[in-house]
Unconditional design. Structure first.
Length: 316
């Protein structure tokens, strides 16, 4: 715990003009018993106050601005208005504040401009299922049309009597775009060595919250970080996601609430998210472009949930 003491003042609302008696709850330390006594609160509602440890807490070395930013990150989409106060600063967050947190805020150098990669910014607004936020989808193109692979340049080089092929190409891959380049070098025995190197573009990233509270995990974990029963989005294109699962939406989390557990809720969430993003993507492009993109994506993925979702998208 980062707080030595937790103080809760609450008064439960029963009906329009009926509420419980006020209660005051004090918790002293992680293993302490609760001290419950009559409270002084006059209106229904709950106020929680954390008295932080004077040392060894994660905010000890933060400036007030960084502290406010930290709280905003943990609670990106609160279902009610919250006020963040410091000694000299104050900031209010509510559901409307989440609209200011967009997928572009997660862009890194791998999302720098590339003539062969087209980015689509998408509003995710599936309130019926309970998914809101924004996304950026990267599509590899050749001649203004989607493609699985494009050759940037190539050249044949003759050394003595041998001919070597050098190339550089971009390949659409799971959750990223890969640039593959071939090269030649010489070893200590004066022999020609052919080699291939790769570079990743548009690496997928995510930021996810559940009913306004951040889940400190990624939807695109590296395979060596995957744990049993944990989830991963594996789609045939790269994307950035900033999402809140709200309303009727729900996910199963582990006991520490740091990771999402594979369950029927997750499968429904992934399919609804894939459909929402692909449907919005279809609306942004012409019919021929979408038909080519749709058939290409289905061909180059084994993700049955994604395939089921994209097949439901009909271009009007």
């Amino acid at each position: 715990m980062v707080a030595d003491t937790v103080l809760v003042d609450t008064r439960r609302l029963y009906a329009a003009h009926k509420s419980s008696d006020p209660l005051s709850v004090t918790i002293e330390g992680q293993e302490s018993i609760f001290w419950i006594q009559s409270g002084q609160r006059e209106t229904p509602g709950t106020t929680t106050k954390l008295i932080l440890r004077k040392s060894k807490n994660p905010w000890e070395q933060m400036t007030e601005e960084k502290f406010i930013k930290s709280v905003e990150t943990v609670i990106p989409n609160p279902p009610f208005k919250i006020t963040i106060k410091t000694s000299s600063h104050q900031k209010v967050r509510d559901e409307s504040s989440f609209a200011l947190v967009t997928a572009s805020s997660l862009k890194d150098y791998s999302w720098d401009h590339n003539d062969n990669i087209r980015n689509f910014e998408i509003d995710v607004n599936n309130k019926e299922f309970g998914i809101i936020g924004s996304a950026i989808v990267a599509v590899l193109e050749t001649g203004g049309m989607p493609t699985y692979q494009t050759n940037i340049n190539s050249k044949h080089v003759q050394i003595e009597e041998n001919i070597y092929s050098l190339h550089k190409k971009l390949i659409l891959s799971e959750n990223k775009i890969v640039q593959e380049s071939s090269s030649i070098s010489i070893n200590d025995d004066c022999e020609i060595i052919e080699d291939t190197s790769t570079q990743h573009f548009a690496t997928s990233k995510s930021r996810l919250s559940l009913h306004g509270i951040e889940i400190p995990t990624t939807l695109f974990p590296d395979y060596w970080r995957m744990k049993t029963s944990h989830v991963k989005i594996s789609w045939p294109f790269p994307l950035i996601l900033v999402l809140d699962v709200c309303g009727n939406g729900d996910l199963d989390l582990n006991s520490s609430r740091t990771d999402i557990i594979m369950s029927e809720k997750w499968l429904n969430f992934e399919e609804q998210l894939a459909y929402t993003i692909c449907n919005e993507l279809a609306r942004k492009v012409k019919t021929k472009y979408w038909q080519n993109l749709k058939s290409m994506l289905i061909k180059h993925t084994k993700n049955e949930v994604f395939i089921s979702a994209i097949k439901k998208v009909v271009k009007s």
